[in-house]
Design a protein around this ligand. Structure first.
Ligand SMILES: NC(=O)c1ccc[n+]([C@@H]2O[C@H](COP(=O)([O-])OP(=O)(O)OC[C@H]3O[C@@H](n4cnc5c(N)ncnc54)[C@H](O)[C@@H]3O)[C@@H](O)[C@H]2O)c1
Length: 432
């Protein structure tokens, strides 16, 4: 099929590359000229495992191209996926202005029947706004659909190629059939396509993300209670997660969730509820617990140093909001590092992929190191924000040797307490 994907971020580029990999002809469109130029050279401007190779091979085989010319993308395609960003505005709602701007371009350039699909995460009713915007600008016939994306950064290609489910929201059966056919190659083992109404489809994305965020905030609350009541949250988690009605995913306590989806989607769901006069108590609490969890972690560091962080040297492992991505949007590390700096610390950071993005936020206010051991040199404490695999079994003797005072604040609970204490390293974690 001939496909245009508008927006070449984490979602749009993975979508474009995976559809091209399945034999479709894909044109990816973006307004960011630098990004498009680097993609035309086969260079992916962000880190996602396996994406470089996939983009390059599909360019070489002539199925994937990049342009800033949206009219060209629209003219050449039957299916137009909108995958632009929908960031959070100041009042918490999702900003759909880029989605509607794309809808206007589609309306102005439609030259025959096309199907327009919102893949961006958008508030309930937005795909109808996309339809109405296009309709107000053209007499051409077109179809619309909602097809929210559920991929996880760091495992995006695998998630796209082997999805738990593909959700297709439609108002016409014929549109649903075309999209079912498009996704059929990813459904060889079993059909996991769910065709529903457009509004249910839009809502299902927010409900899924809010449910996952709820599990994390719930376990963070249990972890805090474990600390106060002398229980061990890892032991508690293993019991809770072994219940087949609950399952063991997304039950890890820590310094709170971050990233470009959970924080903004929880907020947007809260705003959607308020807009229809409903008080969403659970969703609001999920967000509050998450904010408090970062503060609680930082306060642990403050208390350890008797309320005096001024002049302390703090080593940081991990800036990205989770491993295997360079994405630092809403990462808990940003809050903690910001607070450390405000308290007068000097901060040395390491992250295997996110250093460039960190530089854009912190500039020269922190020191950047290529080696995660060098970060520890002369440090009063080591703070772990991200459970990158290389941090999991470090040489603790060397760390102890390098640090001024051997103390680790672990926001991800990745080490064995007994082992570190035996080595003479003070180890402070979450939920114990
Ligand atoms: N990142 C994820 O893990 C993830 C997962 C599922 C869903 N989503 C949703 O998918 C959407 C995209 O997220 P992302 O992380 O890929 O965003 P992103 O910020 O990485 O990329 C968005 C891209 O859209 C481009 N863009 C903005 N306005 C444009 C316009 N008018 N025309 C053409 N291009 C334009 C930007 O230049 C950018 O390259 C969001 O709604 C997000 O909530 C994201």
């Amino acid at each position: 099929m001939k496909i245009a994907v508008i927006g070449t971020g984490y979602v749009g580029l993975v979508t474009g590359a995976c559809f091209a990999g399945g034999g479709n002809d894909v044109i990816c469109v973006d307004i960011d000229e630098d990004k498009v130029r680097s993609l035309q050279r086969g260079e992916v401007p962000f880190f996602e495992p396996g994406l470089d190779e996939m983009v390059r091979s599909n360019i070489d085989e002539g199925r994937l191209s990049f342009t800033t010319d949206i009219a060209l993308g629209i003219r050449e395609s039957l299916l137009i996926f909108i995958a632009v960003g929908t960031p959070q505005t100041e009042n918490g709602e999702a900003d759909v202005s880029s989605v509607l701007e794309v809808a206007r371009s589609i309306g102005e350039n439609l030259d025959g029947y096309k199907i327009v699909i919102t893949k961006s995460t958008v508030p309930v009713g937005t795909t109808e706004k996309v339809r109405d915007t296009i309709k107000s600008l053209t007499d051409q016939k077109f179809g619309v659909a909602s097809n929210p994306e559920f991929l996880k950064e760091g495992a995006a290609i695998d998630d796209f190629l082997k999805p738990d489910r593909v959700v297709i929201g439609v108002e016409e059966e014929s549109v649903g059939s075309v999209l079912r056919e498009l996704y059929a190659p990813f459904m060889m083992s079993a059909d996991r396509t769910i065709v529903i109404s457009i509004r249910s489809s839009e809502m299902s994305k927010y409900a899924s993300n809010a449910m996952l965020a709820t599990r994390i905030s719930f376990m963070n609350e249990i972890a805090n209670l474990c600390e106060l009541l002398g229980a061990n949250v890892s032991e508690v988690r293993s019991v809770v997660g072994s219940d087949s009605r609950i399952g063991r995913y997304y039950l890890y306590p820590g310094i709170g969730y971050g990233g470009s989806c959970f924080p903004k989607d929880v907020k947007a769901l809260e705003k959607m509820a308020h807009d229809v006069g409903y008080e969403p108590r659970v969703v609001t609490a999920v967000d509050r617990v998450n904010a408090a969890q970062k503060e609680r972690f930082f306060n642990k560091i403050v208390r350890f140093f008797d309320d005096d962080l001024d002049g302390k040297r703090i080593a940081v492992w991990g800036i990205s909001f989770k491993p295997n991505t360079d994405d630092i949007r809403e990462a808990p590390s940003l809050y903690v590092i910001g607070m450390l700096l405000e308290a007068g610390c000097s901060v040395a950071v390491h992250d295997p992929a996110a250093m460039e993005n960190a530089r854009a936020v912190f500039g020269d206010s922190v020191d950047y190191f290529e080696s995660y051991y060098d970060v520890c040199n002369g440090a009063d404490a080591l703070v772990i924000h991200t459970e990158w695999s290389q941090y999991r079994q470090p040489n603790f003797e060397m760390i102890k040797e390098l640090m001024k005072t051997p103390v680790i604040f672990d926001g991800r609970n990745i080490y064995d307490y007994m082992r570190l204490e035996a080595l003479g390293i003070k180890y402070l974690r979450v939920g114990r």
